[in-house]
Design a protein around this ligand. Structure first.
Ligand SMILES: *Cc1c(COP(=O)(O)O)cnc(C)c1O
Length: 229
């Protein structure tokens, strides 16, 4: 577990450095430690170093880990959320980054009401238009932004560049997400403070482009044996 703690400290420093390089304060960027495929012991090791926000992309895995870990962990669902898993996700997650359709948004809103929950959600947008990515189109996302949920706090936007994107392409995608956020805040008189963008390979670029939440797995926990998207 020592490697997790050491790597966590290194990632924290790199996140702080990237914020400083962008002229931003360290408190402006939150680190979400993405623990998918790693055991609860690894989460506990990071927890011991003060890490409280963890990301999982499969509800089944979240359901297995959350009950055996401290209850003050803030769980973030970051992966594609099937509608039959949405209630389970709400049971544990304080944040859902991957709300990618109006149907899911309305379903989560209704279920959160039934469960007396008030989670934070982010609208996931597929900026690159890549077919394999699960985010909403810009048009769908705008419609979702205009929807006024009763039980959810729409906190901002999330995106993920294609795996093979170079730095120029990554930067363009991150900058476009920020542009959409700025435009919609103005146009609809709302606040969308959070931009969830940046992973192990591109978080410095994302921070330079205004990310407020970086979702980092590999750089903290190591390489995954199998990859779940
Ligand atoms: C796995 C995953 C991450 C973390 O990716 P790393 O490259 O391991 O840092 C971030 N966001 C989402 C949506 C993921 O599925």
């Amino acid at each position: 577990m020592e490697h997790v703690q050491r790597q966590l400290q290194q990632v924290r420093q790199s996140v702080r450095d990237a914020a400083a390089a962008a002229g931003r304060g360290p408190e402006e960027v939150r680190l979400i430690a993405v623990s998918k495929t790693f055991p609860a012991e690894d989460v506990a090791a990071a927890y011991q170093c003060g890490q409280r926000a963890f990301g999982e992309n499969r509800v089944q895995e979240l359901e297995a880990k959350a009950p055996v870990l401290p209850s003050d962990i803030e769980w973030h669902v970051i992966g594609h959320l099937q509608s039959n898993k949405s209630a389970k996700a709400l049971e544990y997650a304080a944040w859902i980054h991957s709300v990618n359709s109006m149907k899911l948004l309305q379903r989560l809103d209704r279920q959160a009401g039934e469960m007396g929950k008030h989670p934070n959600i982010l609208i996931e947008i597929n900026i690159s238009g890549e077919a394999s990515k699960s985010g909403a189109t810009v048009e769908e996302a705008e419609e979702m932004i205009r929807y006024k949920p009763h039980n959810l706090r729409v906190a901002g936007l999330m995106t993920m560049p294609p795996f093979d994107a170079d730095e120029t392409e990554q930067r363009r995608i991150f900058s476009e997400l920020r542009g959409l956020r700025n435009r919609w805040e103005q146009e609809y008189g709302i606040e969308l403070p959070e931009l969830s963008m940046g992973m192990s390979g591109d978080f410095a670029t994302a921070i330079a482009e205004g990310s407020t939440m970086v979702r980092i797995g590999t750089a903290i926990f190591g390489r995954r044996n199998y990859d779940v998207q």
